[in-house]
Design a protein around this ligand. Structure first.
Ligand SMILES: Cc1cc2nc3c(=O)[nH]c(=O)nc-3n(C[C@H](O)[C@H](O)[C@H](O)COP(=O)(O)OP(=O)(O)OC[C@H]3O[C@@H](n4cnc5c(N)ncnc54)[C@H](O)[C@@H]3O)c2cc1C
Length: 412
């Protein structure tokens, strides 16, 4: 999603089918936020599902984590993974949720071992008009109390000496941002679920959800599972699950792709996340540099058709390397030391983006046995969503912080 234009579950075989909506039958079930939830299936082992599964497990809930591929196999494995609250034109409630999640990362990283780096971020553009927009955006988030301000080139040279802005630029500096390795973070959370005695079932594709004797039955292409509640954290596949449970509306837009390149470890060159007109990059604690693109290289229609069918595989190794070289060349205009970097991985991530770009979190009205969690910025938001979802599921609390993000807004 462009940072500058932010505002711009499920029948047992033989019992029900995807075309037989289940809303009425769910309305009668007692399973759900009543304090009687002991066994939960989490559908989707991306960073959001893994965080919810972890938070439920650490509170003593029996968790079954199911994924049709495996941990971080979709968006979470190919994400830029910048932890930030600094979209400049977002509603205050969304800003607040993001700040809570940044704080939650500090707690989570004391409990779970994963690669995280807090260096702050720099954002700038090569046009006077956009520079002005950024300055205005900074003023708006300063009103919300965000630790972001504008700095000039000489100040940038002092704090990020290897960065060449290619001109005397005004730059938005945010001191509270960080970045993670999203694949490793997801895996670390999944391992904790196993440590707490949870089950992880990969690969298993969920094909249906049904109410059965006051329980929720989840059908997969391997075996069925009976639980008290199902959490749907299926990322860009949220519409598929929504139609399985007869929700009657899409939840997310068609996913858009983004290329992410990861280099082999290098000496520490940069400390911050940099985000500019054509590219963005940061360096992980182990020295690997992560780069994303804003202005190419292009994925053709042919590539996209290929990738839609095989979301994990780049069309060819040659094309992957060609794209990686182009992205590294773009970024080396800002950090010359990137030239000659060895490529470790090139991936295409598909962004899950709710219809109005805001997260979708909470119980489904009339279906107390189903809890939804689908969002962009899921890497930023995973810690707080995991923590709050566990409270809503296990304690029956309705968390005010989530009130602007309920699925009801699409059902009116
Ligand atoms: C290129 C790119 C850059 C990004 N940059 C950032 C960033 O800088 N900061 C940030 O915060 N966010 C960023 N995002 C967004 C962020 O990565 C996503 O919001 C986040 O990864 C979503 O996590 P998730 O767990 O909801 O979804 P996913 O990681 O997509 O996981 C969903 C899982 O559900 C499984 N699944 C789906 N259907 C079924 C089924 N029927 N049965 C079983 N399993 C199923 C899938 O296999 C998948 O593993 C970026 C995304 C991309 C693609």
């Amino acid at each position: 999603m462009d940072r500058r234009s932010f505002l711009g579950a499920i029948g047992a075989a033989g019992l029900t089918t995807a075309s037989a909506p289940l809303r009425q039958s769910f309305a009668a079930t007692a399973a759900g936020p009543s304090g009687r939830v002991n066994r939960v299936a989490v559908i989707g082992a991306g960073i959001v599902g893994a965080s919810i599964a972890y938070n439920l497990s650490r509170r003593g809930c029996e968790v079954i984590l199911i994924d049709k591929r495996g941990p971080a196999a979709q968006a979470s494995g190919n994400s830029f993974a910048w932890i930030n609250a600094t979209y400049f034109d977002m509603p205050p409630s969304y800003y607040s949720l993001r700040v809570h999640s940044q704080n939650e990362y500090h707690r989570l990283s004391r409990e779970v071992d994963f690669p995280i780096h807090w260096g702050g971020s720099l954002e700038w553009y090569h046009s006077a008009e956009r520079e002005k927009e950024v300055a205005e955006g900074v003023r708006r988030i300063q009103q919300l109390g965000d630790p972001t301000w504008m700095i000039d080139e000489s100040r940038v040279a002092g704090i990020e000496p290897n960065l060449n802005l290619n001109g005397d630029r005004q730059v938005a500096y945010c001191s509270s941002d960080g970045a993670v390795d999203p694949g490793a973070t997801t895996m670390a959370l999944v391992e904790k679920v196993n440590d707490y005695g949870g089950s992880t079932v990969f690969p298993a594709r969920v094909t249906g959800i049904d109410q059965h004797s006051g329980k929720i039955r989840i059908d997969t292409d391997i075996e069925p599972f009976e639980v008290d509640l199902a959490v749907v954290a299926a990322g860009a596949s949220a519409n598929e699950i929504a139609s399985m449970i007869g929700l009657g509306t899409d939840l997310v837009k068609p996913a858009t792709p983004g290329i992410i390149v990861t280099t082999r470890p290098m000496e520490r060159i940069i400390n911050m996340i940099s985000y500019t007109t054509d590219t963005h990059f940061h360096q992980l604690p182990d020295g690997r540099v992560v780069l994303g693109e804003k202005a190419g290289p292009p994925l053709t229609e042919q590539h996209l058709t290929y990738l839609t069918e095989r979301p994990n595989a780049y069309p060819t190794a040659e094309l992957a390397m060609q794209h990686a070289t182009q992205i590294i060349a773009m970024a080396s205009r800002y950090v010359p030391q990137f030239l000659g970097a060895e490529v470790d991985k090139v991936g295409v991530g598909w962004r899950p983006l709710p219809l109005d770009a805001l997260p979708i979190v909470g119980h489904v009205p009339g279906m107390p046995g189903v809890y939804l969690a689908s969002m962009h910025s899921g890497v930023t938001l995973a810690p707080i969503i995991g923590h709050l979802a566990a409270m809503e599921i296990l304690d029956g609390t309705r968390v005010d912080l989530l009130s602007d993000f309920r699925v009801e807004r699409f059902l009116r």
